[in-house]
Design a protein around this ligand. Structure first.
Ligand SMILES: O=C(O)c1ccccc1N[C@@H]1O[C@H](COP(=O)(O)O)[C@@H](O)[C@H]1O
Length: 243
């Protein structure tokens, strides 16, 4: 059970081929471009963001890397950064943590390399989060293209390994502006005592109110992407709505 009372908001900056983009359901080829990642991240910082959720989509899809660009973005920001995409081995983890980001989010590695993730959690504590990207209750890895096991079995294993928090994405909601999967968030919170960051589907301030209602159950934060880029509301309004 959480003792925190205000939902944290994490504006998303997803980077593909050097550009800030939004995808629909994480499908490659559905990109809408929103310009320079640094410009987007600085705009969210200027608007009051405490966190930026920064994703290297090329690394997640295995189509390349934006490592230097993302390191530059983290270095130019004064706010906390959750960095993800393609962090799957010692080299990529070392490089990600060396950017100065507050924490990294591991996806595929948590499905395919449990021993390595256990070691990473033991060494880096709460600088490691795990992204649980799900369709129904089946996890997805490798750019959300490959099935990776049962959500609750993997969650139990990660809990036992000491994972500090989870970023839970309903893949079918992501980038659709159709509202978050509140039941999924409730179910995950009921299955773990670790904080949960909600991701996927936020479309309105009412959605943020609804996610805020789950803070007592263990939801700590919410990632907001397309709704901000398509100006469904401003970040200032969102921060006010969850205050
Ligand atoms: O955020 C997306 O839209 C996304 C789409 C497709 C794949 C991954 C995506 N984002 C995040 O990438 C990491 C997982 O990367 P990896 O599996 O560790 O290489 C995770 O945070 C996803 O939510």
């Amino acid at each position: 059970m959480s003792t925190q009372h205000r939902l944290e908001l994490l504006p998303a900056v997803d980077v593909r081929d050097g550009q800030a983009v939004r995808l629909v359901k994480g499908e490659s080829g559905t990109e809408t471009s929103f310009g320079e990642p640094l410009t987007a991240a600085l705009a969210w910082q200027q608007a009051g963001a405490e966190w930026i959720h920064l994703v290297d989509l090329d690394a997640a899809f295995g189509t390349g890397s934006n490592r230097e660009l993302l390191a530059e973005v983290v270095g130019r920001l004064d706010v906390k950064v959750e960095l993800s995409g393609g962090i799957r081995d010692d080299d990529s983890l070392r490089a990600a943590l060396a950017t100065g980001c507050r924490r990294v989010n591991l996806g595929t590695a948590a499905l395919e390399s449990p021993e390595w993730v256990r070691k990473a959690i033991a060494e880096h504590g709460d600088r490691i989060a795990v992204g649980l990207d799900v369709v129904g209750t089946t996890l997805r890895g490798r750019g959300w293209t490959r099935e990776g096991g049962d959500l609750y079995e993997v969650l139990a294993r990660l809990d036992a390994d000491g994972c500090a928090r989870y970023v839970v994405t309903d893949v079918d909601k992501d980038g659709t502006l159709t509202g978050p999967n509140l039941q999924l968030l409730r179910d995950v919170c009921a299955a773990t005592d670790r904080p949960v960051v909600a991701s996927g589907g936020v479309s309105s301030l009412a959605d943020l109110h609804a996610i805020s209602g789950l803070v007592p159950e263990g939801v700590e934060g919410a990632i907001v992407g397309k709704a901000l880029y398509e100006q469904k509301f401003t970040l200032e309004e969102a921060l006010e709505a969850v205050s």
